[in-house]
Structures are given as C-alpha cells and as structure tokens.
Write a protein that binds this ligand. Structure first.
Ligand code: AMP
Length: 589
C-alpha cells in the first residue's frame, strides 16, 4: 500500500483534513464527530496550547491569549495588515508580524503549525498510522511569501508539504471528480472568512485547466462581521468587543435562514441590557458594499479568461459566507444563472486537497490539474521598463528564459531586478529580489546573460541567472516578496487599468528615446564621414529631422518622438546606404 498523503484546508476560520479511502476522498471527523476544526489556538497559563473547539470557547473568556484568524498574518509584515485582533502583535513596522502571547512571541506560521499538528494527530488516530505527507490549500491570490510561510507551517508540524494548491482550484476538483467525462467551463466563487477568490476553469476529460484567477486576500466574512459589530455597538451605546462579535456572528448565521433574529446583550457594564431585532434587510444594507467589492474581481477574471458569463456552464459557491442569501442573489445577477450549491461550501476545498493528495499518491488516476500564476513576473530592462518574462494567468509549473545583453561597452556587471506586477514601468511594480551578475568586460551588446524564471507547482518562484560565455550561474534569492501587501496588489491591478494609456505612452517614449539616442550620434558621425556625397538639400533635411528629434526628446510626448524618429530614419536611408557601400568597398580592398 502506498503511503497516505492527507489533504488539508487550512482556513482563516476553520480547518479540515481528509484522506483517500477506497478510492473516495473522505474528510476525517474528530472524536465528537466534527469535521470542521476552528482555526483557533488558546495558550493556557500553564500546560500545552489548546487547538480547535476548546480553544474557540476560550476566545471570549481570555481573548488576549487566544489566537484566531492567524492565516491573515502569514507571510506579512507589520503595517500591511490591520491589527484589529484581540491578541497582541509585536514587531516593528516593515518587519514580519509576530504574535505576542503571555510574554512569548510566535511567528504566525508557528501558530498555524499547532493547528496543522492537531489535524495531523487526529488523522493518525483515525487512520491508525503515522502521517508525514500533506497537500495544503491557500487562497489563489497568496503571494510568494504567504505560500512559503504555509509550507514552513507544515514542516514545523512534521509534515512534508507535497503540494500547495489554490483553494478555488481544489473546490473545482471536488466538483468535477464525478464529471470527468464532461467538457465544461466553470467559475468558482469562493467567499470565505478572510479571503475572496474567483477562478475560471475549463474541465476537459479529466484535465482541470485554470483559465484565469483573481481575488483579494483581505476581503471576507470578517469584514461583514466588523460592519455588524460597529452597527450594534452604536445602537447599544457600547464599545465593540469579543462578546459583541460573538453575538454579531451568531446573528449573521441565523439571518441566512431567517428574516429576523433577536440580538440580546444582557448585563452590560452599567447594568443595562440591550436587545434588538436585527432584520435580514438591515444586515444586507451593511453587507452590500462589502459583497459589491467582489464584482470587479469577477469582471477581471472574465476579461482574462476571454469569456462572457453566458459561456460558462456552471458557477460553484465555496466558503461558509456564500450561505448568505445576498451573496447568492449577487452571484445570480453577475453570472446570469442560478449558482450551483451542490458542494458543501465548507468542505469542497478540503475534499479537493484530498483529491490532489490522491493524484500525487497514485490513488486517483486520469486527472490532471493545470493551475495559473496570478501576477506577471519579469525583470527591469533599459530605460526602466518592465520586461515581462512570465505573464499573469500563465499555466504553472512553467519555466521561461530570456537573453539580455549589456547596454554599454566595457560593462562589468548587470543588475537583475526581479519584479512582480502589471505596470509598464519597473518603478511601478514590486521588487522581489535583485542581484548584480558580474561578467568579463565586453563591447556593447556582446555580453549575454540568460535569465530563467521557473514557477513550481506550488506557485513559488525560482530565478536563475547565467553568464552564457563562462556558464557561471547564480540562483537569485527572492527576499522582498513579503512587502507585497494585498491592498497593494489590488491597487496595482486597478492602477494598471487606470494608467494603461499613460503607461503605454511611457513605454513608447522610452523605447523611442532609446532609439533616438542611438540614432543621433550615428547620424552626426555619418554626416561627418560621408555627408559630402549627398546633395545639399538632403543634408539639410537630415539636419532638420535630427533637430526635430532633439526637440521631441525635450518635449517628452511619445507620439511626437516616435514620429520624429521615424522621419529621421527615413531621411537617412540614403546616407546609411552610402555608409554601407563605402564599408563594403573598404572591405574588398
Ligand atoms: P470559511 O473561511 O470558508 O470557513 O468561511 C467562514 C465564513 O463563513 C465566516 O465568516 C463565517 O461567519 C461564514 N459563515 C458560516 N456559516 C454561515 C452562514 N450560515 N451564514 C453566513 N455566513 C456564514
């Protein structure tokens, strides 16, 4: 029997673990018969940390020593993420987030490791064998640092992380496993506790290919909870706190099934009691702006997949928050169809992780998963331009390389800046890492540096630079990916659309000015050398065109410069021909 690989959905709110049994993905239940394990860790005054339901019960009692939603802090730095949690965060702005509990500090992945270790122990109890290998899911929009932190958490829990899978893709696997003969296009709308993802996939005879993905790792049910808490706090005239939050969440859940629910807050500090009938209409007014924020992500995914909503065969709902009728109504409107609710929204991701584990162990056959990378990757080239090497929404794993050369004679090294983002100019994208590759001084355009980008099946980037002359290679460490906050990702995509025209203008201008700066000295030199062979009128035209290029360079507009360069190029055709002719004559002498 091959060794079991478990599938784990490490969720913001709840986590689940599963394994393939007799060819079926099965989610494992704890001794109390529960499959959902709250992603909560409580640190008692003495003794070992408590995980899951027991920890959740301590959340309202000892909020400062009970960690929830730790997923929000994985791979993040202080300042990137709102610190509106009841436990203490430590660390300086710009440094990785640390969580401070009872005088001790933990990295978020250490806390996540405790959740994973608890899931692992449960699975070992149920399966009656040691477990050491796992597939873990992450939001599709997790960046390099967040994926690496998830992998680290698995390792700390004693698990070899065989694969990181994107959550909506996992959900699609769960949906599609019994439709392997079908050919269809589906969307997965995944609204969880802390994150939102939208993916569009094509299923074809067992091949699950992601066409596009989009999302926001800071948009989820938590935001709706916060809006309800603020509303109730105002009505009750109290400060928001853990107790109010608990009541707000219970009311939110109840309003998915009832038109109204009673909110009771007895024994407030001043001896008062508060009671209010919260209606679904009231909740929807609070939640609508939050749900509405998913629209732009859906529209971008359609555009990237080059599909209209009407071309989809199905839209699947994933994530506990999609039980909210308002979300179903919103999805119905945006996708022009009834959403598919055949999957349990809490369990689809874990089932998919388990299926992926089965694919890796050989327990599931004839299924292939082709995922994509959410953001473009490239390096900076001449003139501060972004040179995309792997465009966003490329199928992973992928490996692509390009050759770069030196812009200046005698240059001894080339600075390779690895960038992530959708803007045309390097300065507007994020730097993931940089390295100065040294080589022997060479005349202009002679040195050849090969840069290879590889994104592995986990969505993690590996960069290799090679001096093609000596074969010397260097593996670039990606050091700064943690600086990419999600708001920044979202802003980046918005900016890339908003500034598309200016960006293009900048790129055209930079390219034209690179050309102009090569052409102008060459023309001056050619005129000096062989200009006398041209009629005076032609010489005057060339001089006028060269002055126009100078003026256009100073003026800064891309269309003007492009036109001036083209005119100079045309005016110097004859001059160039004379130069070539003379050179040939010289060579044949
Ligand atoms: P997930 O991250 O997929 O576990 O989603 C958890 C989110 O779903 C949390 O914000 C929950 O409050 C929310 N949720 C769970 N059940 C319901 C429900 N019945 N109605 C509305 N939201 C729910």
């Amino acid at each position: 029997m091959s060794e079991i690989i478990v599938g784990i959905d490490l969720g913001t709110t709840n986590s689940l673990i599963g394994a393939m049994e007799a060819g079926f993905p099965i989610l494992l239940a704890d001794a109390a018969g529960e499959r959902l394990v709250p992603s909560v860790v409580h640190f008692p005054k003495s003794g070992v940390p408590v995980v899951g339901r027991a920890a959740l019960r301590m959340r309202a009692v000892e909020p400062e020593s009970t960690v929830y939603s730790v997923k929000r802090f994985m791979g993040r730095r202080i300042g990137e993420e709102a610190d509106d949690v009841a436990y203490k965060l430590a660390g300086k702005p710009g440094e990785p987030v640390r969580i401070s509990i009872r005088e001790r500090e933990f990295a978020p992945e250490e806390i996540a490791a405790l959740i994973l270790a608890a899931l692992k122990a449960e699975a070992e109890r149920v399966l009656e064998q040691p477990i050491s290998r796992a597939v873990i899911t992450v939001p599709a929009y997790f960046n390099d640092a967040q994926r690496n932190a998830t992998k680290k958490a698995g390792e700390l829990a004693g698990l070899t992380v065989e694969r990181i899978v994107n959550e909506p893709t996992a959900a699609a696997l769960a949906y599609g496993l019994d439709r392997l003969k079908d050919r269809s296009k589906i969307a997965v709308y995944d609204f969880g506790g802390g994150t939102f993802d939208i993916s569009i996939l094509e299923l074809n005879q067992g091949v699950f290919q992601v066409l596009a993905t989009n999302g926001n790792t800071r948009l989820g049910g938590d935001d709706i909870d916060a809006a309800i808490v603020a509303h109730l706090a105002e009505l009750a005239g109290v400060e928001p706190g853990p107790r109010l939050r608990e009541v707000a969440i219970a009311a939110k859940h109840a309003l998915s099934f009832a038109a109204e629910t009673r909110v009771e807050l007895p024994f407030l500090e001043d001896g008062r009691s508060f009671s209010h009938t919260l209606t679904r209409v009231e909740l929807e007014t609070l939640a609508r702006p939050i749900v509405e924020r998913t629209r732009q992500h859906c529209l971008r995914a359609f555009a990237d997949a080059r599909l209209a909503a009407s071309e989809l065969d199905d839209v699947i709902l994933v994530g506990g928050q999609t039980r909210m009728p308002l979300i179903r109504e919103f999805v119905r409107a945006i996708f022009s169809r009834e959403p598919n609710v055949s999957q349990n929204p809490d369990e689809a991701v874990a089932l998919g992780a388990t299926i992926q584990a089965g694919i890796l162990s050989g327990a599931v056959q004839n299924v292939v998963l082709l995922d994509v990378t959410p953001l473009s990757l490239g390096i900076e080239t001449f003139g501060g331009l972004m040179n995309v090497i792997i465009p966003r929404n490329s199928t992973i794993p992928t490996k692509r390389g390009e050759l770069f050369t030196n812009a200046v004679s005698g240059q001894r090294s080339m600075l390779i800046r690895v960038l992530q983002g959708e803007r045309e100019m390097a300065k507007d994208n994020w730097e993931l890492g940089k390295y100065a590759l040294e080589f022997e001084p060479a005349p202009k355009n002679q040195a050849r540096v090969g840069v290879q980008f590889a994104i592995d099946a986990n969505g993690i980037l590996h960069v290799l630079a090679r001096d093609t002359k000596t074969g010397a290679e260097h593996v670039l460490a990606m050091t700064s990916a943690v600086d990419v906050s999600d708001e920044a990702v979202e802003k980046m995509l918005e900016d890339s659309l908003e500034h598309a025209f200016e960006d293009m203008n900048d790129r055209v201008f930079t390219e034209a000015s690179l050309k102009a700066n090569e052409l102008l000295p060459a023309v001056t030199l050619a005129l000096a050398q062989v200009g006398s062979a041209l009629p005076e009128a032609d010489r005057d035209t060339i001089t006028r065109c060269a002055a126009d290029v100078q003026a256009a360079l100073a003026a800064g507009g891309a269309p003007g410069l492009k036109k001036a360069v083209a005119a100079l190029d045309a005016a110097t055709q004859h001059l160039a021909a004379i130069l070539v002719e003379q050179a040939m004559r010289g060579a044949s002498k």
